[in-house]
Design a protein around this ligand. Structure first.
Ligand SMILES: [Mg+2]
Length: 228
């Protein structure tokens, strides 16, 4: 199911602007500070502020899902909860593990004259901190993280991709998006941008294909080779 180098090269040929999901294609954000621990600390922050966790929050182990849940139940807490999560994400990225080949894709884009923007459900501040820490900020034209206090901006909503496209001032025909979740493919589709599915775990290839990914890759190195 994984694309051949030829298929990948064909998909990438017209591309002038690569949109990259962050958690997955660039690094594993929660490699050192696990997501369930981040969710637990987010709940703790809420209690420390004298608030009660809404129904369903106790069992939530996925930080963005928890942010959504709290913001839906208590819109008045959306901004502060988002800020608390952004701080935890900033801590998490310091212990994140780089994706093999992720950096090579950024370098390959620079060498082949393609612009890169990072489009992430994580906080833009945490994403930028990771890129700076790894000396990658010079390879990225723009970072489009979730809108602070507005979890509805997160993919599968195409909003962040549309913002990236707007900033570039070019149409979707020159873009490709690389993401590792079905919601990335859905966001791409809604923005009329084809998505390369990065299947970094067993079983993801079928999910990404079913969501409509144009091709599937199981390594970022393969993508970087096809870009050059
Ligand atoms: Mg991802």
């Amino acid at each position: 199911m994984t694309a051949t180098p030829q298929q990948l090269a064909d998909v990438l040929r017209p591309v002038k602007h690569v949109l990259l999901d962050f958690d997955g294609p660039v690094c594993s954000v929660f490699a050192g500070l696990p997501a369930p621990e981040v969710a637990r600390r987010l709940r703790e922050d809420l209690l420390a502020a004298g608030e009660q966790a809404p129904a369903g929050a106790e069992g939530a182990s996925d930080p963005p899902a928890l942010l959504r849940l709290i913001s839906d139940a208590r819109p008045d807490l959306a901004v502060s909860t988002d800020a608390a999560l952004a701080a935890l994400e900033a801590e998490a990225v310091r212990a994140a593990s780089p994706t093999p080949g992720g950096e090579s894709v950024l370098h390959a884009c620079a060498r082949s004259g393609r612009l890169v923007s990072v489009v992430s459900n994580k906080a833009g501040t945490a994403t930028e901190a990771y890129l700076a820490e790894h000396s990658l900020n010079g390879f990225v034209a723009g970072v489009f993280g979730r809108t602070p206090g507005d979890p509805s901006s997160m993919k599968a909503n195409p909003r962040l991709l549309l913002e990236a496209m707007d900033a570039a001032g070019t149409g979707p025909e020159y873009f490709i998006f690389i993401g590792d979740a079905a919601r990335d493919v859905e966001a791409g589709e809604a923005a009329s941008i084809p998505t390369i599915g990065y299947a970094n775990k067993p079983g993801k290839d079928a999910k990404l294909a079913a969501a409509g990914a144009v091709v599937i890759v199981d390594s970022m190195e393969l993508t970087s080779d096809a870009l050059t």
